[in-house]
Design a protein around this ligand. Structure first.
Ligand code: PA5
Length: 446
């Protein structure tokens, strides 16, 4: 069976093999630190051996709870933000039919809330759910995140009003801390089924915990295959695998070598609309892990070929501080040929009989060469096919490479002190009890 693979041939005109190899000692030290837990952030390494240690009983329980939601709901709303949101959305979108919402339902439709504070979004959600048998998965590690708590307050009330308190308590599930936070208190008080987010797994590394696995199972996907794919990458990216053959080590070294050479922005590129949220998840993983102490590669993303008609200009000709990492899907899941047309008014008969994917692949190849010629180093991650197994591989590959890369950069990849500042200001401006002093100070600046 194939695996995901990494090709760095198209960066060597920008940084040499020697510059990449020079990072081998730092990469190996980072791998050792992760294994032995010797650097800051060592209390958040629970994700490191998660694929090989997931308990079969927990997987079974997740499947049973998912089945209850599938049997009793037309729609399941997953409430969460950041690490309590993006992993599940990335996987579900990558594996779903692009037009799933237009197809006859096969199990509930999974939708998302709790990741914004938009009055329009929440009002429109309320209206959409008003005639649906819906359930809720409330996900928050802290149990106190404003965006999620606000959405959940509305969803809980609506679910109880529409379905009655007893049914609501069966179709609302909590995924939160074992003991603390409002989400835990509510779950215990209302008798919701609940799952625990392990203390030692941070939000953005939690997709292989119930945070990601329950919504994915509710959407009808095979969580065993996801875990198996991740397990394969746990083996293939372990410190026992030599540097040159270890794709996580090579990816971490290459992006750090490029960063040191002045390439400050990494653009994750895809040629499949289904991967849009994979990039959103990746941006959180790398941005929140590495953007510290006034350093870190800025993670950006584009959806090609769509964005070749917009951002393509900047990438080809703008400031030369970028590099690209292309997610390339080797084999599409469907087959569609370009038809021949008698009149050929669009001049496309030269493509007749070819697979649409061949046209896409030539766009990908042509773009890569053009961007390299334009001064943009390119890496390619090849994914044999978009299925659960390879998505599992990709998740773990990016997670372990992120841990290595953050330590090579010299930051703690497992904290996020910078995300607290906006919250303090927002609470002060909203006159939250306990914020009186900050409230006065902030108003004086307005
Ligand atoms: O990665 C992280 O730690 C964050 O993105 C959190 O997941 C996010 O802020 C949501 O936090 P919580 O799960 O506590 O509601």
């Amino acid at each position: 069976m194939k695996n995901i693979s990494l090709n760095i041939d198209k960066v060597t005109g920008f940084v040499s093999k020697e510059q990449i190899m020079a990072l081998k000692p730092q990469v190996e030290a980072a791998q050792k630190a992760l294994e032995e837990g010797t650097l800051p952030g060592n209390d958040f390494l629970g994700w490191l051996h998660l694929p090989s240690s997931i308990d079969a009983e927990q997987i079974q329980l997740l499947k049973e709870v998912a089945q209850t939601l599938r049997e009793n709901c037309e729609v399941v709303v997953v409430a969460g933000i950041g690490g309590s949101y993006l992993g599940a959305r990335a996987v579900i979108e990558a594996l779903s039919n692009n037009f799933a919402a237009l197809l006859p339902a096969n199990g509930p439709r999974v939708i998302f809330a709790g990741h914004n504070i938009s009055e329009d979004y929440l009002s429109e959600l309320t209206a959409y759910l008003s005639d649906k048998k819906f359930g809720v998965i409330n996900i928050s590690k802290s149990g106190t995140t404003t965006e999620t708590a606000l959405a959940f307050r509305l969803l809980k009330r609506q679910c109880e009003e529409q379905r009655g308190k007893e049914t609501a308590s069966k179709v609302i599930v909590a995924i939160t801390d074992a003991v603390k936070g409002a989400a835990r208190v509510t779950a215990d008080k209302e008798g919701y089924k609940s799952f625990i987010i392990p203390d030692n797994v941070g939000g953005r590394f939690s997709v292989l915990t119930p945070v990601g696995l329950l919504p994915i199972a509710v959407a009808g996907f095979d969580i065993d295959a996801i875990v198996n794919g991740a397990k394969k990458m746990e083996e293939d990216c372990s410190p026992a695998v030599p540097f040159e053959e270890n794709i996580a080590a090579m990816y971490a070294a290459t992006r750090n070598a490029l960063y040191a050479s002045g390439k400050k922005i990494e653009i994750l590129v895809n040629y499949q609309p289904k991967l849009h949220f994979t990039s959103e998840w990746w941006k959180q993983l790398y941005g929140e892990s590495e953007g510290k102490e006034h350093k870190g590669i800025f993670p950006a993303s584009v959806d090609f070929s769509t964005d070749l008609h917009s951002m393509g200009q900047w990438i080809q000709d703008g400031e030369r501080t970028i590099f690209e990492t292309v997610l390339s899907i080797e084999q599409p899941n469907s087959s569609l040929l370009v038809p021949s047309d008698e009149e050929n008014l669009d001049g496309l008969n030269f493509l007749a009989g070819k697979h649409v994917d061949e046209v896409n692949k030539m766009a990908e190849l042509g773009t890569q060469l053009a961007h390299v010629d334009g001064g943009v180093p390119n890496m390619r991650i090849t994914i044999p096919a978009l299925n659960e197994y390879y998505i599992g591989q990709l998740i773990y590959f990016f997670e372990i490479a992120c841990g290595i890369s953050g330590y090579v950069l010299g930051v703690n990849p497992f904290n996020q002190p910078g995300v607290e500042d906006y919250k303090r200001n927002m609470f002060a401006l909203l006159d939250k009890p306990g914020y009186e002093e900050q409230s006065k100070a902030i108003r004086a600046r307005l």
